[in-house]
Design a protein around this ligand. Sequence first.
Ligand SMILES: Nc1nc2c(ncn2[C@@H]2O[C@H](COP(=O)(O)OP(=O)(O)OP(=O)(O)O)[C@@H](O)[C@H]2O)c(=O)[nH]1
Ligand SMILES: [Mg+2]
Length: 301
Amino acid sequence: MLGGLFQKFRQGLKRTQETVFRPLGHLLGLRKLDEAQLEELEDLLLQADLGVHAVDRLMERLRSDMKRLGEVDPKAILKEELLKLIQRQPARPFEAGETQVILLVGVNGVGKTTTLGKLASHLKAKGEEVLVVAGDTFRAAAIDQLEAWGERAGVSVVRNQMGGDPAAIAFDGATSAKAKGLPWVLIDTAGRLHTKDHLMKELDKIRRSLQKVLPGAPHRVLLVLDATTGQNGLVQAEAFKQAAGVTDLVLTKLDGSAKGGVVVPILERLKLPIAFVGVGEGVDDLIPFDPEAFVDGLLDA
Ligand SMILES: Nc1nc2c(ncn2[C@@H]2O[C@H](COP(=O)(O)OP(=O)(O)OP(=O)(O)O)[C@@H](O)[C@H]2O)c(=O)[nH]1
Ligand SMILES: [Mg+2]
């Protein structure tokens, strides 16, 4: 990862680092930890939303190394074990080719539209043409918000009136992009609760109408997750994975969260790659997930 992005990643993890990992500092510098210190470390790691499984694994490794070697470097062990846990699902790069449709899904307010806007700008800046589809037809404001992002990115937006059928507008967008030979179609969708059956079925309807135009579509389904909800977001994520054929994850609002450690249980439980993380509201605040930058950002003050 390039230096600038690395810094940005680190900046995005600042709240998690300061709130949860900095207080670990005095323990990570020790070479021998007594039982009370081990317990303190365990408690702090659990508070970081790393998940019980990962924390158990870290503690086991510390205890067994200490027994075997007499001394340990807790920070090095933490880095090594965390990297092992999060490196299993490398994200597939976004490479332009024949028309590819990307659908963004998730619960309300997680950052779908913002992520779409950032992604559109990013692809366009690389010189790749993008068509954006306003598939959230529930609110007029949602369509306007997407128009604004489209303008900023310099890409066209396909929209119909409020209350229109999202599957129909998705169909129109895919048809138009295919006819023009554009490499990317990004489709925004309305926020929906994973427990609302009819809304989850609507995603299926969008899929089917896209497939009428492009048999492989949607080529990617990005599930957008809000990092500030920590492990509470895992249940909804699993429901979306089941119902919406999710291929990649986007973890937004990392900058506003002290629960950045949630990356670990997310990757463990969902077994999907994190394609991007959101580290702010600006157009450049969407960056590829990088395991090394993540671990360094958490543990290096
Ligand atoms: N700090 C921060 N704010 C973000 C990030 N991503 C999105 N937001 C903000 O979160 C709020 C909601 O973002 P939207 O993109 O409208 O969320 P949405 O999922 O499209 O919302 P609905 O369409 O209502 O379901 C906005 O105020 C965004 O600016 C991020 O990475 N960091
Ligand atoms: Mg939206």
